[in-house]
Structures are given as C-alpha cells and as structure tokens.
Ligand binder design. Structure first.
Ligand code: SF4
Ligand code: SF4
Length: 117
C-alpha cells in the first residue's frame, strides 16, 4: 500500500457517515479529485465525460445513484459533513468532520494532482 493509499484510508475512516434525503444526488456534479483516487475508478469514455459535463453531472452518477459508491473520492465523502460543504437539504451527521481532518483533506488535495471526474 502506497503512502497516498494509507492517507486516503486514514482520512476516509475519519469522515462521519449520515443518511441522505432519499434518492437525492443534488451535490453530485463536475468535481475534481486526486488522480490517485480517480485511478481506482472504472474508465469512462471521452463521450461519457463530455455528456456528463454538458449536463453539469458526474460521469459516475447512474440512475440508481453513485456507481462507484465504495470508491467515491474524499471530496464526495466530505460533502455534508462540514460547515463549508453543508448539505442544501439540511442533512448532516451527528458530529461533523473534525476541523483538523478537514484541513488534512484539503492539504492532501493541494499536494496531489487533481483531475476532473
Ligand atoms: S448530502 Fe445532501 S445534497 Fe448531497 S446527496 Fe445527500 S441529501 Fe443530497
Ligand atoms: S463519484 Fe459518486 S458521489 Fe462523487 S460526484 Fe460522482 S456520482 Fe456523486
């Protein structure tokens, strides 16, 4: 396991989970994530990327929600768990992500190459 893999695992484990509004995917859209995380996802064609972007969607958003839920990037996990990325539908975990962890996630994003999903 690489240093980045260890870091991703460490950070993932520290983001609290919570229940979303049923069937909601409002926060899924064109997002960037570290190339390390994107490399874990199945490859989408240029046409799929272009279509998703034209619709301001994420190419991994399928009819039943996120197709890569288990491997979704940190930024997707962080959404709704901090004041800076609060859910527009008022959903949140009982305890928000620790601010130090949030900072470490942003630091990780700064340290790694970011690519559009
Ligand atoms: S965090 Fe909020 S906006 Fe995003 S999917 Fe969940 S309920 Fe919807
Ligand atoms: S990877 Fe999944 S959770 Fe993240 S924006 Fe795309 S569809 Fe939404």
């Amino acid at each position: 396991m690489t240093k980045n893999d260890q870091k991703i695992r460490f950070l993932r484990e520290r983001i609290p989970s919570f229940a979303c509004k049923e069937g909601c995917h409002d926060c899924c859209g064109p997002v960037t994530a570290s190339s390390v995380e994107v490399a874990r996802l199945p490859i989408k064609s240029d046409a799929e990327h272009e279509q998703a972007l034209a619709e301001l969607n994420c190419p991994y958003l399928g009819e039943k929600g996120c197709e890569v839920y288990e491997q979704r990037p940190l930024i997707c996990r962080l959404f709704g768990t901090t004041k800076n990325l609060s859910c527009p539908n008022g959903c949140a975990p009982e305890q928000m992500t620790d601010r130090k962890i949030e900072q470490q996630i942003h630091d990780f994003h700064r340290e790694t190459r970011q690519v559009l999903l």
